[in-house]
Design a protein around this ligand. Structure first.
Ligand code: PMP
Length: 286
């Protein structure tokens, strides 16, 4: 599963030899943004949307894009090909760069650090997880107030995911001060409520605008499913007909248990499994 080579600041280097500086601002401050894209049959899924979100994250933090759009696409394809990845993931990170430690931006600006790698993923394992469904553990959302920016400052997510693991669950769902689910530790959260309405939280600074969420919305738009961007409580989710998560790597994954409460009715739910298939048929691949 170890990548053969990693792209670091203009060079393709052996994985074991890939390095960034100790004073990289990504390392010291989490002053960095990232993207994760799925690779299927050697193709990058929803790449345009991921690159558009990368641009928005960079602009929000006023980090200059390290490469123009075409050179970047070329490097992404090279990384996939050089690592011979057919099914897997691509990870890209841009930090503000290397500078003597001081919180405010370096002045004059320094070149951003760009790191890209790709590695294979076991698709059968992911499909099997979807077929049985996963359990979720809830936790207060202690993250910062700009979760719409995809930064590497993921300590809240790290602690949340660990609490889920220790509770025997495979994903955390964060809960806001009013008792509503924001999103998962690395996924967007959805339910099919008791009335049969498909629900997920509306976009705001509280959640990451998931690319899978966006693609799935276009699938839903073309379907006869009743849908509302309305948040839900943990209790509503436990009483829902179905629940599921979306992310670039897990696509649509049914949730069958929330804080130890198993959802009633046949699980994994038909809506979630149907949407998983429709998503895979719809997703763009280049
Ligand atoms: N929320 C969070 C906190 C995430 O880390 C992710 C994964 N990037 C998502 C939602 C899902 O986003 P996407 O569909 O773009 O993978």
């Amino acid at each position: 599963m170890i990548p053969r080579c990693v792209y670091v600041n203009g060079r393709y280097v052996h994985y074991g030899a890939a390095r960034v500086h100790v004073e990289d601002r990504g390392f010291q401050f989490g002053d960095a943004v990232y993207e994760v894209c799925a690779i299927r049959a050697g193709r990058l899924l929803d790449l345009d949307a991921h690159l558009a979100r990368l641009d928005r994250s960079l602009a929000a933090l006023r980090i200059a894009p390290p490469l123009g759009p075409q050179p970047l696409r070329h490097v992404l394809r090279e990384v996939v090909q050089r690592n011979l990845v057919r099914d897997g993931l691509l990870y890209l990170q841009v930090s503000r760069g290397v500078a003597e430690r001081e919180h405010a931006f370096p002045d004059p600006a320094v070149s951003p650090t760009l790191v890209i790698f790709a590695r294979p993923m076991n698709m059968e394992h992911l499909d099997a997880r979807a077929a049985t469904g996963i359990s979720v553990h809830t936790s207060p959302d202690i993250r910062w107030a700009r979760r719409d920016i995809k930064t590497t400052g993921l300590l809240g997510n790290v602690l949340g995911k660990q609490s889920a693991r220790e509770a025997g669950a495979s994903e955390v769902w964060f809960v806001d001060g009013q008792g509503y689910v924001t999103e998962g530790g690395s996924t967007n959260a959805w339910i099919v409520d008791r009335r049969g309405v498909l629900r997920t939280r509306e976009l705001s600074q509280d959640i990451l605008p998931g690319i899978t969420r966006e693609t799935l919305l276009s699938v839903i738009h073309d379907s006869s499913l009743e849908f509302a961007e309305v948040p839900f409580t943990v209790r509503e989710a436990q009483e829902a007909q179905e629940a599921f998560n979306t992310s670039a790597l897990s696509f649509v994954t049914p949730v069958t248990t929330i804080d130890g409460v198993r959802l009633k009715g046949p699980q994994p739910g038909l809506v979630a499994m149907g949407l998983r298939q429709s998503y895979l048929n719809r997703v763009d691949s280049v």
